[in-house]
Design a protein around this ligand. Sequence first.
Ligand code: AKB
Length: 314
Amino acid sequence: MSDKILVLGSNGQIGTELVTALRSGYGSDNVVACDIRRPDYEIKNAGPFEFVNVLDKEILKAVFEKYKPTQVYLLAALLSATGEQNPKLAWDLNMNGLLNVLDLALVYKTAKVYWPSSIAVFGPNSPKVNTPQFCTMDPNTVYGISKLAGERWCEYYHQKYGLDVRSIRYPGLISWKAAPGGGTTDYAVHIFHEALKKGSYSSFLSAETELPMMYMDDAIRGTIQLMDAPAENLSIRSSYNFAGVSFTPEVLAAEIKKHIPDFKLTYSENDPRQEIADSWPKSIDDSYANKEWGWKPDFDLAKMTADMLMNLKK
Ligand code: AKB
């Protein structure tokens, strides 16, 4: 039987690129993009699309019934900054969306489910440098709380019901194809657009705020690598630590200046996202991902910066 894949939340920053990558591996007709919003032209015309709200159980069930997916990627979520503006909606979407999908995956015997977690599961009392897979986790954003609870549910469905659910704790993701959707790490995408457009950028995070980040090419490759890994190699069914590069706004600006020498970075003060960033790790220890499914990032800061600027200029 050939694979049939549902990508729920296909229009977001990750979904836009994941759908394209999955379609090139599994064939366009076998990857169904699903979102509450109209898809962009490229995705709509390259393969099947369905309007799906993951909180609408009837519509979600109808899509499972129609396609009988062998794999489901659930990407629909509210991120850290937007989540703080609407905590109840963030909890509802991030938690009940996940439970709806896990339940239907059991009913329809979906072979594998993918659900993204985040570095937001860590909090002020987690170790900041090389944050380990297992440590104190006291997230203080609704997004982080929902991701940590979601991780526990994923592990629970695996242990109790044998569901093959896999997950990664994404760092901030940097990409040029689709905009990020309301996170604390978004400055690291905006900065590239503004550097090219205006030659300057005002960062909402302070000069020395170091955060774990990753280029989208690495994130997509790692996600598919985890989903392709033999189940018996995977000891973690909550979510894997996953590292790319770590940098501060100041260090990123210095790298951009190598391409745009007149680029100027300034800083805005009193942004609520600063407090969120201060509660997150600076860098991540991803040795479980490395040992169990061979994870190794390909893009360092210099390579990522050059690739971003080259593609955005086009
Ligand atoms: C956010 O900033 O909320 C996200 C994340 C790190 O999960 N990019």
